[in-house]
Design a protein around this ligand. Structure first.
Ligand code: FAD
Length: 367
């Protein structure tokens, strides 16, 4: 974050275009942009996309396309005390896009460079060793990668009165053993990592772009991918992605094509909703469903967009007669029956919050 803020400036690009959102040498606000890129890798700019892009830029030319803006334009907005406000802000330029699932659950998804890490509760944990083994990951590489992330965005939380009381409560009801502060995923009660620093400033996946090679990476903001372009590879006998169509902030369409030389790829990291949505719009999904919407079928893959599950945004509010500190998830109870017990405090989840929720619900239902 420091490096990025230090290099905050307006800048003229080689295309003679001045960006308002210029934050880092390779961040480009996508307005009036008319350029055809030929990168080796094209990827989306969320929680997963940013670190992946930074890593890939060490050995390839990478283009990141993110549909919205930068999280650095207003640092106050991503301070811990504005967690609720940011999540509940559904104005057109906000980081939060509300939606309601088919079964009626209200939730939000991120629209900003850094993705969900700009909006979420900021709890940081490593995966369990069992998960790493079952996933077939290289354990040493996973450990090194965790350290790489933690150096930039993970902190030990301050543990004030409220979170300490939650810890004592969990121990009292038998969520044991107590492991103290650790990034590791362990049964019992623990104090986990947070992406908020001591001043309550949020550090996000976008900070991990500091690891990128500025000469090899371009990050286009306000660049919404509309469609992935496929051609049929006769040798491999399957469709192959060769580029994307994306829309800039003014609604002007552009194309970016993958380099034809060497190994190149398009990595879809547009989130749990955005990724299947883009596949469907690009012709990969249930053939009948696509045809019913007039989308040309590239690949009949009935499972795309099906079986989606998420933890819903349920809030149980306990009003306090005295002010409590603002804290998100710090203490965590990890039970053997599969539930995680966590609690936040002091986030102004009062009357105005419920009114706002109702407003959002009406807004989304009417769409
Ligand atoms: C309220 C809330 C609290 C949470 N709390 C925690 C927590 O404390 N700890 C934790 O670990 N996890 C938490 N999560 C979950 C976590 O944030 C997500 O699992 C994670 O961010 C998902 O990362 P992703 O890269 O898959 O998607 P995202 O981070 O959502 O990234 C997708 C990106 O793609 C962009 N995009 C989408 N479509 C397009 C398109 N067509 N063109 C260009 N760009 C596009 C989006 O704007 C977004 O930036 C929380 C989530 C929510 C909603």
């Amino acid at each position: 974050m420091q490096i990025i803020q230090a290099s905050y400036k307006r800048r003229q690009t080689s295309m003679g275009w001045v960006s308002e959102q210029f934050i880092c040498a390779f961040l480009v606000g996508c307005t009036f942009l008319s350029v055809l890129s030929h990168p080796d890798k094209v990827i989306g700019g969320g929680t997963c996309g940013c670190p992946l892009a930074a890593t890939l830029s060490q050995g390839a030319r990478v283009l990141v396309l993110e549909r919205r803006g930068s999280p650095y334009t207003n640092p106050e907005q991503i301070n811990i005390k504005n967690f609720v406000n940011s999540l509940a802000d559904i104005s057109p330029s906000s980081f939060s896009q509300p939606f309601i699932s088919r079964d009626g659950v209200l939730n939000s998804r991120a629209r900003v460079l850094g993705g969900g890490s700009v909006l979420n509760a900021g709890f940081y944990s490593r995966a369990s060793s069992t998960y790493i083994r079952d996933s077939g990951w290289n354990e040493t590489l996973a450990k090194d990668s965790y350290k790489w992330v933690e150096e930039k965005v993970a902190f030990e939380p301050p543990m004030l009165q409220w979170q300490s009381a939650v810890k004592d409560g969990l121990l009292e009801v038998g969520v044991l053993p107590y492991s103290g502060f650790t990034f590791d995923h362990l049964y019992g009660t623990k104090v986990g990592g947070t992406i908020f620093d001591k001043e309550g400033n949020r550090h996000t996946a976008a900070d991990l772009l500091e690891y990128a090679d500025p000469k090899r990476i371009s990050v286009y903001l306000h660049a919404t991918v509309q469609k992935i372009l496929f051609k049929y590879n006769t040798e491999k006998r399957r469709p192959q992605a060769y580029g994307v169509i994306f829309k800039d902030a003014l609604g002007v369409m552009h194309r970016a094509y993958l380099s034809t030389k060497g190994k190149n790829e398009l990595i879809l990291s547009a989130g749990a909703i955005g990724s299947p949505q883009l596949l469907l719009l690009s012709g990969i999904g249930h053939a009948n469903h696509l045809e019913a919407h007039g989308i040309k079928v590239v690949l009949d893959q009935p499972l795309v967009g099906q079986g989606m599950a998420d933890n819903p945004l349920n809030v149980l509010v306990v009003p306090s007669p005295v002010p409590v500190e603002a804290s998100l998830v710090q203490t965590l109870g990890i039970t053997k029956f599969g539930s995680f017990i966590e609690a936040a405090s002091g986030l102004s989840l009062g009357h105005s919050w419920s009114e706002r929720l109702q407003g959002i619900f009406e807004f989304v239902s009417n769409q």
